[in-house]
Design a protein around this ligand. Sequence first.
Ligand SMILES: Nc1ncnc2c1ncn2[C@@H]1O[C@H](COP(=O)(O)OP(=O)(O)OP(=O)(O)O)[C@@H](O)[C@H]1O
Length: 884
Amino acid sequence: MSKNKLKNEKPESKQPKGTTPNPDILKKDKEPEVKVKELVKDERTHKVLGVFFLLLSLYCFIAFTSYLFTWEEDQDKIFHYSTKELLFGDVKVDNLLGRLGAYVSHNFFFYGVGIAAYLFCYFFFIIGVNFIVGRRVFRVWRNIKYILFGLLYISMSMSFIAGGNNFPWGGALGDALDKWTSGFIGKTGTALLLLVIGFSWLIWKFNFSFKWPEKKIKPPKPVPAPAPVPVAAAGTAAAAAPVAPQKNEQARKNGLREEGGILQTPINEEIEEEDLPPLQLVEKEELPIPPAHAAFMPPVPAPVIVPEAPAQWQSDLIRTEEEEMEDPGPLLYIEETEDTASVLQPKKKDKGGEVTFEIKSTYQDTEEDIEVVAPVMPLEPVDPFDPSLDLRDYKFPTLDLLENHSADKVIVQDTTELEKNKNQIIDTLKNYDISIQKISATVGPTVTLYEIVPAAGVRISRIKNLEDDIALSLSALGIRIIAPIPGKGTIGIEVPNVKKSIVSLKHLLASEKFQTSTMDLPIAIGKKIDNENFIADLAKMPHLLMAGATGQGKSVGINTLLVSLLYKKHPSQLKFVLVDPKKVELSLYKLIEKHFLAKLPGEDDAIITDTKKVIHTLNALCIEMDLRYDLLKEAGTRNIREYNAKFTQRRLNPLKGHRYLPFIVLVVDEFADLIMTAGKEVEMPIARLAQLARAVGIHLIIATQRPSVNIITGTIKANFPARIAFKVSSKIDSRTILDIGGAEQLIGQGDMLVSFNGELVRLQCAFVDTPEVESVAEFIGNQKGYPDAFLLPEYVDDKDPDGRELSIADRDPLFEEAAQVIVSTQQGSTSLLQRRMKLGYNRAGRLMDQLEAAGIVGPNMGSKAREVMVKTDSELQEILNNLL
Ligand SMILES: Nc1ncnc2c1ncn2[C@@H]1O[C@H](COP(=O)(O)OP(=O)(O)OP(=O)(O)O)[C@@H](O)[C@H]1O
């Protein structure tokens, strides 16, 4: 058979003899249509082209090289004969690749670019490789740029150097360029121009370090030898430099120079031995820069910038000297330039607390690297940033700090009690002519759930209406009828147990579900009726409203939530803002202030009890939320998870204000109290936070013992989809909290209803006693913490007269610069000042107040940007002149 492969796909033998051929088969036998588009895209076409270009490259290379030796003989013939005669006649040439080789080489060399013609071989080579490998191994456009530059530069230089030679070293192009340039700037000028271009290119490409031989500095006293650390060739400081100073004055003394308000290490400047005292880490009064940042300061030869880092970043990263000595610390931010990326890495410290740094060149961005390696391994693998390293010795609280409040097994009820209740239920229903098919019981810690399947034709509402009658017949309080149980097709009757068992928090925290949970903010709330542990993610809730009459277990509930978070989160990952108008409920947590609490700058107490301070704190949280949104936007991320992931992968620059964002959980114990005293001033920021703060990792837990509609308003309710109701006194209260009755039927002592994800679940809240909380807090508090609590942004209340009286005479040195930034951008935003001028919150806030005092910006508008009163630079200049 002389048929091609495609036609062979269905062998004819399969066609039964004598039958008419199937038209489908005939169709397939047709010659397949070959589309040009597909042909162009076809992998095989690429391979063919690849081979072609590679051979072309080789051909040119051989022809050019041969031309170098045979040009004299061949040139005569080329000039003598016409192209047609030469190529198709019987002319004998010496070029290894014959007449075509001689002709092509002559044209490339003589009429073209001279010796630079070899760049064409390179060009064909990279095209060939790209085609044959099937991906962009070499960047074509970048190479074309280099090749064009090379053609011009090499041909011109060759003509300049060997212009008098018979061989066309620079070709016609080189000669023309050389002639024009020499006429224009003279021979010497051309030589200098070529040198400048040549050196510039070399420096740009290879970034040589020009180092003046350094004088050996005698160490003041011998220090124990640090662990050997490989020293990268590029730019290591000769002398070990102790950790950086902070104050500009001190920094200047230490050999740093100031440029545009930024301290830099001197470059190519000889520093006299006596001028260079060892750099010391000086704690800054307000804004201590952590050693991780200080790492940017020692005298490494590359320009190293020491900006003022945001206060929180700093407080987050402070480490003690002992820690610094033991551990070289995490790799710092990767500085990426166009061609290189450097990793600044502190080396091991010696006993004197000194640290040296190296800048390792990790990555040479040649085209080959980018194209071949970039998708797989963009940079030399870098340790991810670990926020917990600042308190890396931190130990999570152990379970033995907690108590077992019961045997932790649900006490199986007396079978007689179960039997009695079952019969009672059946009898009661029978009295009302309701027969049932099946009844089963699930014994929970506080209540037992009797599930009944009614006989066919029984209306569910009838059973529901018998709630009180069943309660009466069982002579038990707190009977709740769930008709039907969602998703089960049964009717549930919850009957309180005579003997209740306490659910210890310890038991829940020890459970596998909690231990292995990967939730952002896991909270162990309690046990369901079927004894399943109820562990939820607060980050997904994303806020929680807890309400219940007094003495029903709210405070225990709050402690349960807080303690479960303390068992799972590192201080670097989580901060609490605790609001406790009752002053006593949350005071236990004072001990963990330096680990887990957040507070307003300048406040002594991290636990907020005063209503006015609550308003400030809530507004500060709104500012923090806005700042976080700015950061997320800049980072191109949608939520805190993505942002922190990007930050830990070192893809965000801390010098641009980026920082690891810990979750913030705001806990308000007794919300009613606040609403009564401050009303809208509290409600508004709470509503705003509840609406928006979820994505930036700020979550709210609000508790109240007065579940009335003027406290739990529609705005609040709408923004708290997850709600917990402890026992309340009336059905109305239950409806206020849960939008449904039932909480009035609860039996207290941690018996609760949780409305979450559209489901209503009855739980027994896990119990943790005050001494347990105390011991957990002590355990954490006794460990080394951050120097201060996590600082929230400063909020200046414009109604507060103290905040506005600012003396013009005490103006910040950066006042003018700040004014210019604000006027030029026409944005009265403190965060803008922070970012643009690299300032801490406090200083940017103060500057804003001073600008307000000078009439440049309007009053504070909460979390919105202030109005800019001055519209033009000339107007600003006038104001500034008047102030002087
Ligand atoms: N989950 C629970 N398991 C067992 N007992 C509990 C539980 N929760 C609370 N209790 C009991 O109820 C008592 C009161 O609880 P709690 O102090 O939490 O109430 P509260 O609602 O905060 O009251 P108040 O609003 O007056 O502060 C506790 O002392 C404890 O004995």
